[in-house]
Ligand binder design. Structure first.
Ligand code: BES
Ligand code: MN
Ligand code: ZN
Length: 493
């Protein structure tokens, strides 16, 4: 999809659908409608009789006859001005885009609202919402004729030329980040027979090649030689062999931020098998890995002045004659042992190796993303990722990047009292902590394997996998983490 900034005027723009944003406050609404009436030379009866009031989410299509052909304008409500936020602009952009799509438009122009302050952020939010709203995972649907064709071009327009340069720069960044989010969504939505450890590692390698960062892929033999017992153990029940991917981008002299992503390409639960209802969702159990690859893609293409290392342990968790059993004891990368009480708590087993491995990069910070616990979905639903860690200033930074991207995170405690829940009688630690505080005991397990670095764990079980469409997300994979990490790294000193 094309995304461009353009100086243009309402009257001369030739896009298939032209979106104009209207505030919901009564007096502002009337004056904005009056301006439109004057500029377009039409009447807008729906605005007079109250069918369209500029409320958030409202839209109204009007047809205007021009010399050559009739044009379609869509008025989109911004709601009350004092309640406007960048998230509101994202959603409003999404309304415009979905409206254009349902009109089978190939091109959409969006005019930046006149009174918009913080011009660049508004441009970016409108475009981001529109772009992300148009995502579809339909590569496996053969007959696409009854679904509307998708919009090919989005332009964000302003009437004055003063801000064209700013607008162009901003949209270049927005487009890069949206494309990276698309990549993460595509990887996570892809079924388990397409994305398995080898092919996910290959996708990372291709992204590295495309965008100018490096990818080193360890195969099973190298994983064994390195001593990553957790990765080996979880993968041993599958015919698909594990991979361990090491990504690197940026300025070598700076201590890196290490980003770790859970890459379980399919999670059946293993011998502690999951119920079949809803198991298909577990094709998205590599959403952490997808977020890491997406973030690398965005950061490298934007050439951000940061040094980052990505660590992605990749396995398929299957039940078979060669699977790990409850009771098995594993030795991880740093020599610590864990008792497998439940083979469905597999994510932490592979992350343990990656987090221990991270120490060798002398990281300035380590952030891991994982669809780790159903308990996190119970606690926070789909609107916030769970956040736990050992450094409050790092968590504050993630929280604020989360608020501005609306990929929000919410901290849960890692109090010492929870540690004993994962005490094992036969190994250094047990991989489950019983019925309560599942997200916290999972994080405590990870904490046993971290080095001396600052660390934050993000449990994205609820935010990465969606049960229904949102304003600019779709049922299925959200690509969460890409925008959050990119924004966090943009602000990293
Ligand atoms: N991948 C799942 C967590 C998950 C569940 C993500 C639902 C998204 C939606 C993870 O590997 C898992 O199975 N966790 C178990 C842990 C339990 C056995 C301690 C869980 O949450 O039930
Ligand atoms: Mn599991
Ligand atoms: Zn899992």
């Amino acid at each position: 999809m094309k995304l461009a900034f353009e100086k243009s005027s309402l009257n001369t723009n030739t896009a298939d659908v032209i979106a104009v944003f209207v505030h919901g406050d009564k007096s502002l609404f009337s004056s904005e409608i009056l301006t439109l009436v004057r500029e377009l030379g039409v009447r807008i009866p729906a605005a007079d009789n109250g069918d369209f009031n500029g409320k958030e989410g409202e839209s109204l299509v009007i047809y205007v006859h021009r010399a050559r052909h009739p044009r379609r304008y869509v008025l989109v409500g911004l709601g009350e001005r004092k309640k406007l936020s960048f998230e509101r602009y994202r959603r409003t952009g999404a309304v415009a885009a979905k409206c254009a799509r349902s009109l089978k438009a190939e091109s959409l122009a969006m005019f930046v609202p006149l009174v918009a302050s913080e011009f660049q952020s508004v441009v970016s939010a409108l475009a981001e919402g529109a772009y992300l709203a148009l995502y579809k995972f339909d590569k496996y649907i053969s007959k696409k004729s009854d679904s509307p064709t998708n919009v090919q071009t989005i332009t964000v327009c302003a009437e004055s030329s003063a801000r064209v340069k700013q607008g162009k720069q901003t949209l270049h960044r927005t487009k890069t980040i949206c494309e990276a989010t698309y990549l993460a969504r595509d990887l996570a939505n892809a079924p388990g027979n397409e994305i398995y450890p080898e092919s996910l590692a290959e996708a990372a390698r291709l992204s590295a090649e495309r965008c100018g960062y490096t990818a080193k892929i360890l195969d099973e033999r190298e994983i064994k030689e390195a001593g990553m017992g957790g990765v080996l153990a979880v993968s041993q029940g599958s015919v698909r062999l594990p991979r361990f991917v090491i990504l690197e981008y940026g300025y070598e002299k700076k201590r890196p931020v290490v980003i770790v992503g859970k890459g379980v390409t399919f999670d059946t639960g293993g011998i502690s098998i999951k119920p079949s209802a809803g198991m298909a969702e577990m094709k998205m159990d590599m959403s952490g890995a997808a977020a890491v690859i997406g973030a690398f893609e965005a950061v490298a293409r934007l050439k951000l002045p940061v040094h980052i290392v990505g660590l992605i342990p990749i396995v398929e968790n299957m039940p078979s004659g060669s699977s790990i059993r409850p009771g098995d004891i594993i030795r991880h990368y740093n020599g610590k042992t864990s008792e497998v009480d439940n083979t469905d708590a597999e994510g932490r087993l592979i992350l343990a190796d990656a987090l221990a491995f991270a120490e060798k990069f002398k990281p300035a910070a380590v952030i891991d993303l994982a669809t780790l616990t159903g308990a996190c979905v119970v606690a926070l639903g789909h609107h916030a990722s769970g956040m736990l860690g050992n450094d409050s200033s790092l968590m504050t930074k993630l929280k604020s990047a989360g608020e501005s991207t609306y990929e929000r995170v919410w901290q849960l405690p890692l109090y010492d009292e929870y540690e004993k829940l994962i005490k094992s009688d036969v190994a250094d630690v047990k991989n489950v902590g019983g019925r309560w505080a599942g997200t916290i005991t999972a994080a405590w397990f990870l904490k046993k394997f971290i080095g001396s670095y600052k660390w934050v764990h993000l449990d994205i079980a609820g935010t990465a996998m969606l049960e229904e469409d949102g304003e600019y997300t779709q049922k299925g994979a959200s690509g969460v983490g890409v925008r959050l990490l990119t924004e966090f790294l943009r602000r990293w000193k």
